[in-house]
Design a protein around this ligand. Structure first.
Ligand SMILES: COC(=O)c1ccnc(N)c1
Length: 248
């Protein structure tokens, strides 16, 4: 069965790229069932109001609870005779870090619903309602320590990271293995033809046909790159046989 992904946003057109390329093909192949909903369809006033000023004062606007409640009801009711429940993912700077590990976990779930809020956020009672009245698992997830204007860009990133892990979406399964962050190390440098370009040569080991030496070189390169760019990712399990993390 296809993995179902619902996205609710006041900018549904922002999610149009999900109809393209890889994710688009996965949708055609029936591997992903992606539905985008306009939050404003769940308002009833002439101005289709979705936000208002924050209680307690402060800058910006907060998204009103009622439209979200009706949008979630619609998502839960649509094509859902079994009454199954989605995992509600709300992108936000205050959430748990979105990592390859979390992407892998989410890729195993049958149904994800994404709520795209504006930065100032969604009335907190929507989260409580979703958990306590709708019985949903709700996760706030952050792409990193920076602020966006809305959750849409984050959803595009998450859907791409998650969607490509769904079996069958990526043709060549091997390409999923040696990727950055798959085993905690960054990826090694890669080269293709010509072997000599602009006076620069491809490292000879890669042309040697010695697969043991190539694998060793690549592991060394991954350790060096990770030590240089992301020392925070390095830990004991990556130490060499002598327990050394020092890069030669
Ligand atoms: C409105 O959403 C955000 O600002 C956001 C979402 C996900 N990750 C972030 N770092 C920010």
């Amino acid at each position: 069965p296809a993995m179902r992904l619902d996205v609710v946003s006041i900018f549904p057109d922002y999610l149009a790229p999900l109809e393209l390329s890889l994710i688009g093909k996965a949708r055609e192949d029936g591997l992903l069932d992606v539905r985008v909903h306009d939050l404003r369809d769940f308002t009833h006033d002439r101005h289709r109001t979705v936000d208002d000023t924050p209680y307690g004062g402060g800058a910006g606007m907060v998204m009103k609870p009622q439209p979200w409640s009706e949008a979630l009801d619609h998502v839960l009711a649509l094509d859902n005779p079994s009454g199954a429940r989605p995992h509600l993912v709300v992108p936000g700077p205050g959430g748990q870090p979105f990592t390859q590990a979390l992407a892998r976990q989410l890729a195993l779930e049958p149904w994800l619903a994404f709520a795209c809020g504006r930065y100032e956020g969604i009335d907190e009672r929507v989260y409580d309602h979703a958990r306590e009245d709708l019985g949903l698992e709700v996760s706030v997830v952050s792409l990193g320590d920076y602020v966006l204007n809305g959750g849409e860009v984050a959803v595009l990133a998450m859907v791409e990271a998650i969607g490509r892990l769904v079996p069958g979406v990526i043709g060549n399964a091997e390409s999923l293995v040696e990727e950055s962050h798959e085993d905690g190390l960054l990826e090694y440098p890669i080269y293709t033809k010509p072997s000599s370009w602009n006076g620069r040569e491809v490292p000879p080991v890669l042309l040697s046909g010695n697969h043991g030496a190539i694998a060793a070189w690549r592991h060394e390169q991954r350790l060096a790159r990770t030590a240089a760019r992301r020392p925070d990712l390095l830990h004991a399990s990556h130490a060499g046989p002598h327990g050394d993390l020092e890069i030669s």
